[in-house]
Design a protein. Sequence first.
Length: 98
Amino acid sequence: MWTQSHSLETKRPVNEYKVWDEFVKTQIPIFGEYHRRMIEQAKTTPTFFLTYEQLINDPHQIITALFCFLLGVKTLKDTIVEAQISKISAIRHTDPKM
């Protein structure tokens, strides 16, 4: 969030910057409200939650689960979608920091 990147780093720990305390005080309530709304909406609207880390750590599993959700099926076994997911997820993320 701070660097608008998954691989850039600040020159020193973020909590050493003068703006950090104000950033936290203003952003935590906003993120909390966003989270509350998403959880509430998910009670009535089909919702699929995933994280960047899940996509990096196990792309095949999370993309398969996402497509099952989107297509309303329990499995993608023996489908073109399954073959494409296997092909694409075999290409590993190469960020040396991950």
